[in-house]
Write a protein that binds this ligand. Structure first.
Ligand SMILES: NC(=O)c1ccc[n+]([C@@H]2O[C@H](COP(=O)([O-])OP(=O)(O)OC[C@H]3O[C@@H](n4cnc5c(N)ncnc54)[C@H](OP(=O)(O)O)[C@@H]3O)[C@@H](O)[C@H]2O)c1
Length: 430
């Protein structure tokens, strides 16, 4: 039995979860891996804070730098959140030749190029299973199990808070604010849920998946990100009526010439598709590889224990890497691929307009769409007529995204159009 010292930076939801998980399953992990993991130091901000699980004060410090100077610590587990201090911590860990396990998707998405370069040049792998979809082992699967595949597409529901809100708006016809309040009261949304709602939490995870699957670093400015902050339950209702569900979907699609299309945003997906039944706080990832075909991963994407489960898995890998330094890929491998301009892709769309109830409105709209060579597959008019306004929902045929957006900008300024149009992509997964 080998003993490996751990420095735990962060003792919040996940950090305390890892501490608890090692107490509960440390012996099991030791039997299975031949390694006894010992938390030797814990860094946190405020030792006087009352916590559901108290930290053992004799090993607590408020300076994460103290974790670097303990020669008996071989693995640093970074669970502090934020990006500035964790980046400094990672640099310091590489310099001190300590392995790093982190769950910090924002850090990796924003500074991944530097981190993985440092990791490669120092030959020190970084382990980050907890950063994407919590307890669902998607990083390990893409990095190892599917290493013999080219990834044709990866679709993910990667943000539990948004998925919970959209699910409640669909099932119970709540409006956005009611569903958000319920998510907060049940502990499924932070007091400040902005990163969840503006799509950036899912975008950070999407960047990590895309970079790993396609071997080049995807920057935060390379992808189009939309959230659900301004979402109306009218669209949820229309989508249902048309046989769809709305999900905050991450899409990573390969095109010929190794161009990769990446987007994050609310989309309509057919109600019969398997991802449409992923509800509540659950995450799911549908991977299509050229060898394996389709594989679906489903599970809890956040929370103390599922995330701690991912960290424990990484600890076992890190221990293997300590005893066999060639084990563990440093991350994206800089082999191939580039980002496709999202405006040059083809997609069908859902368009909702609020227009004056007057003659020739449809003619004006159809004429702009016709000039742009965008076909209309179907048209639904809202039953409820609000004074002189009506809602129109048009299902648009597949067309070049940039051309569709330009046509919608023209429609938006027609005098008969009363509100900002809602344009949502429709995903058929083909
Ligand atoms: N929560 C989840 O379900 C989940 C899931 C997957 C990944 N993650 C990722 O895991 C990380 C941690 O998330 P969390 O939810 O556990 O966060 P959290 O509850 O806010 O905990 C953060 C912890 O870090 C400590 N800390 C913050 N800045 C520090 C500093 N400069 N020096 C020392 N300690 C510092 C805090 O100390 P105090 O306790 O004294 O304030 C706290 O214990 C984040 O990167 C998050 O994105 C979270």
């Amino acid at each position: 039995m080998v003993s490996v010292g751990i420095g735990l930076a962060g003792f919040g939801t996940v950090g305390a979860g890892v501490f608890r998980a090692l107490k509960q399953n440390g012996d099991l992990l030791a039997q299975r891996t031949g390694t006894h993991f010992e938390i030797r130091r814990i860094a946190l901000r405020d030792p006087t804070k009352s916590r559901p699980l108290p930290a053992p004060l004799e090993i607590v410090t408020t300076r994460w730098q103290d974790l670097m100077t303990d020669p008996k610590i071989s693995i640093i587990v970074e669970l502090m959140g934020g990006t500035v201090e964790p980046l400094a911590l990672l640099r310091s860990a590489f310099a001190a030749r300590k392995l790093v396990v982190t769950g910090n998707k924002a850090l990796l998405a924003e500074h991944g190029a530097e981190i993985f370069e440092l990791s490669r040049s120092a030959n020190m792998p970084v382990f980050y299973e907890a950063a994407v979809a919590g307890g669902v082992p998607i990083i390990k699967s893409i990095r190892e199990a599917f290493i013999g595949n080219r990834f044709e597409s990866i679709y993910g529901i990667l943000n539990g808070t948004s998925n919970y809100i959209l699910s409640r708006m669909t099932e119970s016809e709540m409006d956005f604010h009611q569903a958000l309040r319920e998510a907060q009261s049940r502990g499924f949304a932070e007091a400040d849920p902005s990163l969840d709602l503006n799509g950036w939490d899912a975008a950070h995870k999407t960047i990590l998946l895309a970079s790993l699957a396609h071997g080049f670093w995807v920057g935060t400015c390379d992808i189009k990100v939309e959230g659900i902050e301004t979402f109306s339950n009218l669209d949820i209702r229309f989508a249902r009526q048309l046989g769809y569900r709305i999900k905050l979907l991450s899409s990573i699609r390969s095109h010929p010439d190794r161009e990769i299309e990446i987007s994050v945003g609310p989309v309509l997906i057919p109600a019969s598709h398997i991802l449409a039944s992923v509800n509540g706080v659950f995450n799911a990832i549908l991977v299509r590889g050229d060898m394996v075909g389709e594989s679906l991963f489903y599970g809890r994407g956040a929370g103390e224990s599922p995330t701690a489960s991912a960290v424990l898995g990484n600890l076992a890998e890190a221990a293997l890497s300590l005893s066999s330094p060639t084990y563990g890929s440093p991350g994206p491998h800089n082999l191939y691929g580039r980002i496709k301009n999202p405006d040059s892709c083809l997609a069908p769309f859902y368009l909702r307009l609020v227009v004056n109830s007057q003659p020739k409105v449809l003619t004006q709209i159809a004429s702009i769409l016709g000039d742009a060579k965008i076909g209309i597959m179907s048209l639904v008019q809202s039953g409820g007529q609000d004074g002189h306004q009506i809602s129109l929902v048009l299902m648009l045929q597949k067309a070049v995204v940039g051309v569709t957006r330009k046509a919608i900008r023209q429609i938006a300024v027609l005098p008969c159009v009363r509100e900002k149009p809602v344009l949502l992509r429709v995903e058929h997964f083909v």
